[in-house]
Design a protein around this ligand. Structure first.
Ligand code: GTQ
Length: 346
């Protein structure tokens, strides 16, 4: 494609006149807005070691009482976007949240969708829309757009989880806000019990559950068992992956971001083809090396987190030749599909 005229090619008086009228010439910026063949991406492949985050998070526990934080979170910020933007990719936000025994993070609801992937500790819970969801390592808990949620902790050790939100996108669209509320009354009934068995779902005679998000907690024990069965039953299948879905619709669990769990067989190397959405990886069990098509390599130990920009293939290798590795993945696929920009490049 041909080079286009530059801003400097224009006389200063003309440029000043444009500025005074809130006008901008397109052609000096056209190639940056519409790069040939592949989009420009600020998102840089980045990894965050849990070993590095943990002591800083525990120190936050000493420095800042929960009343002064509301949510005690260290944000995993992608340097490609600038740390102050607090985003992992164009649409994804990642934060590591700490709750100490006895603490309570008060009830609120907001427009961005969130999920929590529990990293360590027992005894904490998140109440979402009146449903009290216990939190254990590897459990995924949804707090979808508009639903009340609060976190509490009846255990004896610190509890840490990874927050994944579509906050950068919702903020960008100028629709991000929060409403504070009172402690929720816990209602009977648990989605993870009602929908615990594949292929059968509650079917009231009239209508469905009446809830847009019937399942709010996805226990790791169930997701892990599904992966192990899949690996055994389908030795021909390279990628042993499940998606977290809405059990009534079969659609992705939330509207904007997609969530998955992936098992790497002992010694397995798996290539994930280049696709338009950015990807987040979090190691639930075991370890893996992550190599991008651009040649960036990271070793992910248990509880480490990484982000890779879109349009980038990734090769994962299980660090163990004898044990499987389990990873939690988040991506922007539902968003890209809804916008009609989703692409697979191989
Ligand atoms: O736990 O509700 O990391 O509202 C950022 C915003 C967590 C939460 C975050 C939030 C929360």
């Amino acid at each position: 494609m041909e080079a286009l005229g530059r801003l400097e090619d224009l006389p200063q008086d003309y440029r000043d006149e444009l500025t005074a009228q809130n006008l901008v010439p397109l052609w000096p910026s056209l190639r940056a807005l519409l790069p040939p063949g592949k989009p420009a991406r600020r998102t840089q492949a980045t990894a965050w070691a849990y070993q590095a985050i943990r002591p800083l998070l525990m120190r936050a526990g000493e420095l800042t009482p929960i009343e002064k934080a509301e949510r005690r979170v260290l944000v995993l910020a992608n340097p490609g976007h600038g740390l102050d933007k607090m985003q992992a990719s164009a649409a994804m936000y990642l934060g590591m949240q700490l709750l100490m025994p006895g603490e309570w993070a008060p009830s609120h609801r907001h427009t961005p969708n969130a999920v929590r992937m529990v990293v360590e500790g027992e005894g904490a819970w998140t109440t979402v829309d009146g449903e009290k969801c216990p939190m254990s390592r590897g459990d995924l808990i949804l707090t979808p757009t508009g639903l009340w949620h609060e976190h509490g902790h009846d255990g004896t050790e610190p509890v840490v989880w990874l927050d994944v939100l579509d906050l950068p996108l919702v903020y960008y669209t100028e629709t991000s806000y929060v409403v504070g509320g009172d402690r929720q009354a816990v209602q009977p009934g648990r989605g993870d019990r009602a929908y615990a068995r594949g292929g059968v779902a509650p079917r009231p005679v009239f209508g469905r559950s009446g809830r847009a998000y019937p399942m709010l907690r996805y226990p790791w024990a169930d997701a892990r068992a599904a992966l192990v069965s899949l690996a055994e039953d389908r030795p021909d299948q390279e990628a042993v992956q499940i998606e977290y879905i809405n059990p009534e619709t079969g659609s992705p669990a939330e509207n904007i971001l997609g969530f998955y769990a992936l098992m790497l067989r002992p010694g397995q190397t798996l290539r994930l083809p280049a696709r338009s959405p950015a990807l987040v990886f979090h190691t639930i069990e075991g370890g893996a090396t992550l190599l991008t098509d651009d040649g960036q390599a990271f070793h992910l130990a248990a509880a480490d987190t990484a982000c890779v920009p879109g349009y980038t293939g990734v090769t994962l290798t299980n660090a163990s030749a004898t044990e499987p590795a389990f990873l939690f993945l988040a991506d922007e696929s539902p968003l890209h599909r809804k916008l009609g920009v989703y692409e697979e490049r191989g």
